[in-house]
Design a protein around this ligand. Structure first.
Ligand code: FAD
Ligand code: SF4
Length: 422
């Protein structure tokens, strides 16, 4: 759930009325219930357990500084090793099992293998969508006329589609947020098997408000299946890489540090209409990320790690893989971290939360999307994805995205009714 603090920011600074109130809380609850999110399936696999144990050993307060993540699964019982790839037991309550059947039952029709090329806009009013479809091995063009068009192609493709469609607002593509993410690995004496069971069931929130402006970091476990893990470990040579995987993978944990950043980037399009992304991290965010990696290392050490590493090319490493990492090694590790810093192409960085690139604001100079979800500059064109976040929610974003989309769906009904009347 998005913290009250963030929702107050959206309301006070961006004029999105009502998001702190009961109406929006009901939408969040509805999404929560629709996805069958519950607290009975938050089993701690080895990867999450080391975070839990480390926080407890450091004296963090359970429920405030760290807590279990509730999951949209029923009957999972941590029974398999492939959660990242989808759920063959239909335990995971994804949209394929929840919202899409609901939409179909109320008359929605789906077109697969289709790429929206542009929104048709005439005289500042959206009229429909032109798409390229592939079916039966043939490619053809599909034109859909619509009274209202909702674009929900994600943080990069939505602004690209709008720009390809000729939307002129300078705010389209601006303020791209990524929750920049770094990884910290731990090696333990016991098996961790970081690929098994539910990937994420613990979140560490202690450092989310580092400076009173709610810019800080949080820590979670990463879904460390072999491919993701193998591409993340520092590369020295083929032999070293193979040796590391064979020797340590099953005893390794993989944690991620996610930043609620101050920085933002921009999505533009190249001459062929494909998206181009630019993003630069401010130095304050780089410092926060270094601090995040340091604190994560302290959690892993407290959980009994015998080795700790980051994804820097230069192998920032603590411990010898045999004895528990102690205070002096942690201090040296922190010094190495600060020296290496966060420098492009010198460490691996990630992002799984792409947001903000058509942000919502009652003031058109602050964001291209109005608080109803409709673009300020194009009538009947609505945005239904993470692009609308004026600032980031400081949590994993799915529930907030879906609740904002529901809010926009409700306002489409009202807006279209009013337009019909006038
Ligand atoms: C590995 C991973 C793990 C994650 N884990 C979590 C988690 O545990 N909890 C959480 O809350 N969040 C998680 N997230 C983040 C979450 O998945 C995203 O924030 C969310 O899906 C974004 O929603 P969206 O609607 O903005 O865009 P998307 O979900 O990306 O949807 C955009 C859709 O538009 C389609 N599309 C794009 N361009 C076009 C076009 N031109 N024409 C037609 N269709 C188009 C895309 O194929 C896609 O289906 C995770 C993300 C990743 C990558
Ligand atoms: S671990 Fe994931 S994939 Fe396996 S049963 Fe549970 S929800 Fe499904």
């Amino acid at each position: 759930m998005p913290p009250k603090r963030v929702l107050s920011e959206w309301e006070a600074e961006f004029g999105i009325a009502g998001v702190t109130g009961e109406g929006f809380a009901a939408l969040l609850d509805d999404v929560w219930a629709g996805l069958k999110v519950n607290g009975l399936e938050s089993q701690l696999n080895g990867n999450n357990k080391v975070l839990w144990d480390g926080c407890r050993a450091l004296g963090y307060e359970e429920g405030t500084d760290y807590h279990l993540i509730q999951r949209n699964a029923t009957g999972c019982r941590q029974r398999c090793d492939f959660c990242t790839y989808g759920c063959i037991y239909t335990a995971k309550q994804s949209t394929a099992l929840t919202f899409l059947p609901r939409a179909q039952a109320t008359g929605a029709r789906f077109i697969f293998n289709a790429r929206a090329e542009r929104v048709e806009i005439e005289g500042g009013v959206a009229k429909g969508v032109v798409a390229t479809c592939v079916s039966g091995g043939r490619t053809h063009t599909l034109e859909v006329s619509a009274k209202a068009v909702v674009v929900a192609a994600g943080g990069i493709e939505t602004p690209a589609l709008l720009l390809r469609s000729g939307v002129k607002d300078r705010g389209v593509g601006a303020y791209l947020r990524l929750d920049p993410t770094a990884a910290v690995g731990g090696i333990f004496e016991h098996p961790v098997m970081p690929w098994s069971g539910p990937p994420q069931t613990v979140a560490v929130w202690k450092h989310i408000d580092l400076d009173g402006t709610y810019h800080g970091f949080w820590v979670e476990a990463a879904p460390a299946h072999p491919g993701l893990f193998a591409l993340s470990i520092p590369w020295v040579s083929g032999r070293d890489h193979k040796d590391f995987m064979a020797r340590y993978y099953a005893r390794s944990s993989a944690s991620i540090v996610l930043l609620r950043e101050r920085s933002s980037g921009r999505v533009s399009i190249d001459r062929d209409g494909f998206p181009r992304v630019t993003y630069d991290m401010e130095s304050a965010d780089r410092d926060t990320m270094v601090r995040g990696m340091e604190e994560t290392a302290r959690i892993l050490a407290a959980a009994g790690a015998v080795g700790i590493w980051t994804t820097h090319n230069s192998q920032v490493f603590a411990g010898d893989g045999k004895a528990k990492v102690g205070e002096p090694e942690l201090d040296r590790f922190a010094e190495d971290l600060r020296r290496e810093g966060v420098v492009y192409n010198r460490m691996m960085l990630y992002s799984a939360h792409i947001m903000g690139s058509c942000r919502m604001s009652s003031d058109p100079s602050l964001g291209p999307t109005s608080p109803t979800g409709e673009l300020h500059t194009v009538s009947n064109l609505f945005i239904g994805d993470a692009c609308v976040f004026p600032t980031t929610p400081a949590v994993n974003p799915m529930i907030s995205i879906m609740a904002m989309a529901k809010r926009t769906a409700e306002s489409i009904k009202l807006t279209m009714k009013e337009k019909r009347r006038s």
